[in-house]
Design a protein around this ligand. Sequence first.
Ligand code: 23J
Ligand code: MN
Length: 257
Amino acid sequence: MALLEQLAAALAAGEVEVVDLTAPLSEATPILQLPEPFANTRHFALHELSRYDERGPAWYWNDITTGEHTGTHFDAPVHWVTGRDGADVSQVPAGQLVAPAVVLDAAAEAGADPDFLLEPDHILAWTKTHGPLPEGGWLLYRTGWDSRADDAAAFLNADETGPHTPGLSVECARWIAEETPLIGVGVETVGTDAGAAHGFDPAFPCHSFLLGAGKYGLTQLRNLDRLPPRGALLVAAPLPIVGGSGSPSRVLALVER
Ligand code: 23J
Ligand code: MN
């Protein structure tokens, strides 16, 4: 049997499962909130055109408004000043949107400390157990934050000192960008950077180093607990917004059962 016929048969038999890593997209989907004086993105919204009524008797349809960085979304290199000469979201090669993914589980650490930062040593320890990072693949960073996704206040976890959500250290972001074969990092939080990363040097190091290196980000993922540490195949499907810095995305993982 041809390879993709085997895959189709395995999907039909439940030997390969499709796990949806995407958060539902609605007005309630949490969004990033930057402090003054920075501009902020908007919530997703539906604007009804007709619903089997005089505006369109046999059809229901909506316009939508959304930020590029609303909900589960893809960060393209051009999103950050360090990647300003890099790809916009429509220019990301389709061949890179299907790629292997590994999962590093730091839910215990992030549960104990909402400002937990991943370090290169955590990833090196992971590779000792699970093998090398995948060439051209994703590192999916599980923090358990998806359990807060239906409560915007708990998800953003801000107090008078700003948001407190887990992320990557400056050194870890630099190391992933420069020293690993990864294509990008996926997270469960509202952005790829830690909540406190506005105060890091450089600020927002994950955005700065990864996008500057032509790599990508994926945010607000869920169901990472249903993936194995290695062996999943990730399908990330941002809209090809011409000139866009990112896009809400459907993100699926194929997993062998
Ligand atoms: C703009 C400025 C800072 C950040 C972000 C966007 C994101 O997290 C994003 O969605 O790319 S931290
Ligand atoms: Mn983004």
